[in-house]
Design a protein around this ligand. Structure first.
Ligand code: IMP
Ligand code: MG
Length: 183
């Protein structure tokens, strides 16, 4: 039989339809809050690619799109605390309102590092939107302006979020079976 990625999921947390509705709601809210402002949406590669591309379709005001890439967990499920910038912004953000798009905030270490890194660029404002929030594991003091869903302290995959670069293409969000990463 053909291998199905869904077999590795212990439970589905958010269906495609539930995600779509939430992303639409967030897009509306952002469009209202940033009305009349020069908005730059910054996706953090690669995890937020699916969320970012869906979100911008629901933003009805003009906005720029840029991407950054930072080092991630690699193949481990634990954050190393070491963050490296693999790809910087293409365009200048001086005087603009930056909205960083993240897939999931866990310890918050990645984003607090990123915020510090971008601070010197003289943006008018820098805020964060994250589809998922794993509050239980937060270590850094981080203000996330928009949060889609809170998730339990489990390993989450799908809708762009990976385990060892896999499962990003699942259209829904679910919990990865422990036996997959504990073997
Ligand atoms: P933080 O620095 O601990 O907040 O980690 C943030 C990054 O770790 C996220 O952008 C994800 O790429 C990754 N991450 C955190 N939790 C999970 C998870 O449950 N599944 C997959 N990736 C995760
Ligand atoms: Mg990420």
């Amino acid at each position: 039989m053909e291998y199905n990625l869904r077999n590795d999921i212990s439970s589905e947390l958010f269906t495609e339809e539930v995600i779509r509705q939430k992303v639409q709601e967030m897009g509306k809210c952002i469009s209202k809050d940033y009305y009349g402002k020069e908005l730059v949406v910054v996706g953090v590669l690669k995890g937020s690619v699916v969320f970012t591309s869906d979100l911008i379709k629901y933003i009805t005001i003009p906005c720029e799109l840029d991407f950054m890439a930072v080092s991630s967990y690699g193949k481990s499920t634990q954050t190393s605390g070491v963050v490296r910038i693999l790809k910087d912004l293409d365009n200048d953000i001086e005087g603009k309102h930056v909205l960083i798009v993240e897939d999931i905030v866990d310890t918050g270490i990645t984003l607090s590092y990123l915020l510090d890194y971008l601070k010197a660029r003289k943006a008018a404002s820098i805020e964060i939107v994250s589809l998922l929030n794993k509050q239980a594991r937060r270590k850094a003091d981080l203000n996330v302006k928009y949060i889609g869903f809170d998730v339990p302290d489990e390993f989450i995959v799908g809708y762009g979020i990976d385990y060892a670069e896999k499962y990003r293409n699942l259209p829904f969000i679910g919990i990865l079976k422990r036996e997959v990463y504990e073997k």
